[in-house]
Ligand binder design. Sequence first.
Ligand code: ZN
Ligand code: ZN
Length: 369
Amino acid sequence: MRITGAVSRPGAPAPELAELELEEPRAGEMRVRLVATGLCHTDLHAHDGRLAPLPIVLGHEGAGVVEALGDGVVGFAVGDHVVLSGSSCGACPSCAASLPSYCDTAMPRIFGGGRLDGSMALKAGEEPIHSHFFGQSSFASHAIVPERTAVKVPADLPLAKLAPLGCGILTGAGAVLYALSLQAGQSLAVFGTGGVGLSAVMAARLAGAGRIVAIDLSDERLELARELGATDCLRGDEPDLALKIRVMSGRGVDASLNTTTVPAVFDAAMDCLAMRGTAAFVTAPRGDWAPKMFAMLSGGRSLKGVLGGDADPHSFIPLLIDHWREGRFPFDRLLTAYPFAEIARAFDDARAGRVIKPVLLMDGDTHDA
Ligand SMILES: [Zn+2]
Ligand SMILES: [Zn+2]
């Protein structure tokens, strides 16, 4: 069918809207009419051609309504409201352990630019356009998604708000609740208070953390972090940052979460840890960086890479929605809505850090988010 999609091409500053042809869903796939899609930093990197092949339709925080089912889809019906998350096989040891972000085939499914057999679902005229980004390619009016990419959500909730649950919000909250298993009374330092970091702050409060230290270069974001649960806020450019965190927490923090790519922040996120502390990170350091091995050895400290918050979206997204409905997880305060046609402005604002979590609304109407 004819759809509208935002195509990323080499050299263009942002994806551009185009009329595209979308295949019918194949076995195990569904067609979803998108209502909204969050914009995540991974989209910015991928648009520059560093993660996935171009030309491609990006977007991996989609939310919408199931419109058509391929053969063999059993868990969904036409009309179901869904939030889209990552793609996984459902059969490997990681999937069996409810850790689908470490699926044996996660990387080709997410960044391969099509199905595992190499086929793509999109064309611009006769030109093939890469699809299936994170099993979604949701910068579009419609997407073909594998069944396991979708999570059913209650139909009485605004999809425009739920969209970012599929990646950014899930990543920050899951890192705290699953990867770090933060317990009541424990302390956490969060480096970088964007969408992932602020979700981590909210989750730490949910977990009953004692001290929650937020670190950022933006006073405005630190203020928001405080409103969302941070007990202490520090500017990232303060001298002796790690020492200050150690002093305010008494013996260092039990855990840290680094959402930045800055090598010096990777140092601080390790140096602020108490004995047996864990430093989790969700993105790799820019340039060369190596941990201080003796500090790890002498303190039993760990450095832990975390994708998708170590969460299973099928159980975690409904749980986060419950917390949100009860007023304990106000993630919607992070969102800024844009009409889909203004995707270039959303990219600009996200790159410049002017907004925390842009959400594109496919019907062009921003009053709902
Ligand atoms: Zn798997
Ligand atoms: Zn993401």
